[in-house]
Write a protein that binds this ligand. Structure first.
Ligand code: ADP
Ligand code: MG
Length: 361
């Protein structure tokens, strides 16, 4: 129900930021469509919570604007933003019962008793809290308390967006899976925009239709799981998504070849010279490397073969760097060194971590 626009948004917790590393969020402009299910994925400390708190109004950004459905809400207090937020750890009232906790966000807004009763019955059923409704929240286990927190986030039917900040951290693994499926269902049955922060790629890929990958204060890619796999816009996306992740190798780019040690790897297209000052690398997913016959491809040192049932993972080295390739289960692996070739359309070029488009594209 809400389209969220971030317009030249940036944030520093320092009073006088002077260098890029002083910014918890570097300048970003993005639109998150109404009704989308977004997963916000990235390593610890990359700025996920900061971004969520700016969207909800808990943090005022040092630069730029946040718009909901075209309306500037940058300076609007949290309670006026029509947004629900669920945190990593339980935020509940210990002295209230479970039912009172769930009813609180509605009661606070003057919702009538019949609606409150109906909503808390629905939410408690969804989270498996029916039998605990009259118990005081105090004394419940951490994962029960976190379910109440989730319930408080889900109970309002009128919010434009729900923000989840690693909400399942304290929940046990089996329950995690069930709750994630419930959240997905809530999303499918409503048109609420959901932003779900996690540092777990499986959690992100199963929840979201769009994944937003953050790294070091920047959104490095916003795309479908398929796009993240096929065309990682940043080396971090390549090795964070997928298992094993994308191979990233320092390379010298010359026209339509990438030179890695003695190997000249064909690229799908030509590239303009990258300049000596940038860190130039290529990225190839293990899925797009195959065993080459005769003198095709390039020679690698085979270090280890991991047979994982569906296929084999070949752990190799090229120019002293690790390189993984995936081979079919039935592949015959020669003992005396192997050659690999890469599908040129899937060899990506990166400058200082960011993907470089081919010349003329
Ligand atoms: P994430 O949620 O991805 O782990 P955060 O948004 O919590 O990342 O943090 C991003 C950066 O901002 C980190 O370097 C962190 O140390 C810093 N930071 C977060 N909150 C504060 C704060 N209240 N005051 C100062 N620095 C903070
Ligand atoms: Mg966080």
């Amino acid at each position: 129900m809400a389209r969220i626009e971030l317009n030249r948004l940036a944030h520093s917790y320092k009073a006088h930021p002077s260098k890029p590393s002083d910014f918890a969020l570097k300048e970003m402009t993005h639109t998150w469509e109404h009704g989308g299910a977004y997963a916000l994925l990235g390593p610890s400390g990359c700025g996920k919570t900061t971004l969520l708190n700016i969207i909800s109004g808990l943090v005022t950004p040092s630069q730029g604007a946040v718009l909901f459905d075209g309306r500037d809400v940058t300076r609007l207090p949290t309670e006026k933003r029509n947004i629900a937020q669920v945190f990593q750890f339980p935020v509940i009232y210990d002295t209230m019962t479970v039912a009172q906790n769930l009813a609180f966000p509605l009661k606070n807004r003057g919702v009538d008793r019949a609606t409150i009763d109906r909503r808390i019955a629905e939410v408690s059923r969804m989270l498996g809290l029916e039998r605990e409704m009259n118990r005081p929240a105090r004394g419940l286990t951490a994962d029960m308390k976190q379910k109440i927190s989730l319930g408080r986030g889900l109970v309002r039917a009128d919010v434009g967006a729900i923000l989840f900040d690693e909400p399942l951290t304290v929940i046990d693994p089996h329950m995690k899976w069930l709750l994630r499926a419930q959240l997905k269902r809530v999303h499918e049955e409503s048109d609420v925009t959901m932003i779900y922060v996690t540092h777990d790629q499986t959690e992100a890929l199963t929840f979201a239709d769009k994944v937003v990958v953050m790294y070091d204060g920047e959104v490095v890619q916003l795309g479908t799981p398929q796009e993240l796999f096929e065309r990682p816009e940043h080396t971090f996306v390549g090795y964070f998504i997928g298992s094993p992740g994308m191979n990233v190798l320092p390379a010298r780019i010359e026209g339509d070849r990438a030179h890695v040690g003695a190997a000249a790897i064909p690229l799908g297209a030509g590239y303009a010279p990258l300049g000596a000052a940038v860190k130039s690398e290529i990225g190839i997913r293990p899925e797009f490397l195959r065993l080459a016959a005769g003198t095709d491809g390039f020679s690698v040192a085979l270090k280890r073969v991991e047979d994982i049932g569906r296929h084999k993972i070949l752990r190799c080295e090229l120019d002293g760097r690790p390189l993984a390739a995936i081979a079919p289960e039935a592949a015959e692996i020669p003992a005396d060194g192997i050659r690999l070739s890469a599908d040129p359309a899937h060899v990506h070029v990166y400058a200082d971590g960011h993907r470089v488009p081919a010349a003329g594209r």
